[in-house]
Design a binder for this molecule. Structure first.
Ligand SMILES: Nc1ncnc2c1ncn2[C@@H]1O[C@H](COP(=O)(O)OP(=O)(O)OP(=O)(O)O)[C@@H](O)[C@H]1O
Length: 295
């Protein structure tokens, strides 16, 4: 039996409509399924923890955006049940990184083909993440985006990633870069005037920004991108280059690879994982190699 976890609020209601179409297709094909709707934030994790106990569950399918994928993997990692994703959010960066079609019917076809891929997953403090953790400026933008009304309005017109850009500009006006101690695979370095540190298991976040263009989710390594020592206005000037991953050639960008990072800062820095707020520094981040099977 396929178990679908649907976040009706994803994509400002798009997931609910998609779930209706999925149900029709599965009935036509006489495929056994169960659809469970989340009732509030973090409910998806609890639902998955219950479902993985059941022998008849063949796969768990997240129907939503990256936040839903995040909550689902936090209940799924550790079991050997595969994950499927039907993209129905505003960003859908997990699907973009995996090459999962962004049209729900094609994504469903791919799930039913049962071709499996095993990927690494990241862990930040006590949470797992599938795509990227963003610390500092990014965390602040995620916080503003998740709280903002404009995301809801823009989602309705399928322009959710514009909301992210609006909040980048807003945070750019007030964010103060800070000094950071970074233990990277046990080696300590101190960085001044840090705007953000992105720790990536896959290239995309925020609806297609290629912050770590070379990140691979099966190489057992994170790609790390540190942005530091740059003025507000220069940062604004190089910002558009992130959509093509060309920002990495700028002198204010440091790129590294690592399996484990410890991040501390004298001023608290906020982090998101898969777009969901994790908390503030300190952070312990590690790669969990080859741990999640994806359809
Ligand atoms: N029933 C619910 N009601 C309200 N919020 C919910 C519910 N179920 C889950 N959530 C929350 O909805 C938030 C957004 O979900 P999700 O990320 O899937 O959609 P999105 O924001 O539209 O897409 P994306 O992250 O790809 O931009 C998550 O933080 C999740 O905790």
């Amino acid at each position: 039996m396929y178990c679908f976890i649907v976040n009706k609020s994803s994509g400002s209601g798009r997931a609910k409509k998609i779930a209706y179409h999925i149900e029709n297709t599965l009935q036509e094909k006489c495929i056994r399924y169960r659809i469970l709707y989340t009732r509030q934030p973090n409910h998806a994790t609890k639902l998955v923890q219950e479902m993985v106990q059941k022998k008849e569950v063949k796969a768990i399918i997240a129907v939503g955006g990256d936040g839903t994928v995040h909550e689902v993997i936090n209940g799924l990692v550790g079991s050997d049940i595969p994950l499927g994703v039907i993209p129905a959010g505003s960003g859908n960066d997990f699907c973009r990184g995996m090459g999962i079609p962004l049209q729900y019917n094609k994504a469903l076809e791919r799930i039913l083909k049962d071709e499996r891929k095993v990927i690494d997953v990241g862990r930040i403090n006590d949470k797992f993440f599938a795509t990227i953790v963003g610390v500092g400026f990014d965390g602040q933008v995620a916080q503003e985006t998740n709280n903002s009304q404009n995301k809801r309005v823009l989602n309705l017109t399928r322009m959710g990633s514009i909301s992210y850009i609006i909040n980048v500009l807003k945070v750019l006006l007030y964010y103060k870069p800070t000094s950071v101690d970074l233990h990277l695979d046990q080696k300590l370095t101190t960085h001044q005037n840090v705007w953000l540190i992105a720790i990536a298991n896959s290239p995309f976040y925020a609806g297609g920004m290629m912050i770590c263009p070379d990140a691979k989710n099966n190489d057992q390594l994170f790609d790390v991108c540190i942005v530091k020592g740059i003025s507000r206005w220069k940062l604004l000037r190089i910002f558009p280059s992130v959509f093509k991953g060309k920002h990495i050639y700028h002198s204010c960008i440091t790129t590294l690879k690592a399996k484990e990072l410890n991040i501390t800062s004298n001023v608290p820095m906020t982090a998101h994982g898969d777009g969901e707020i994790i908390g503030t520094t300190p952070f312990k981040i590690m790669i969990i190699p080859s741990t999640l099977t994806v359809l």
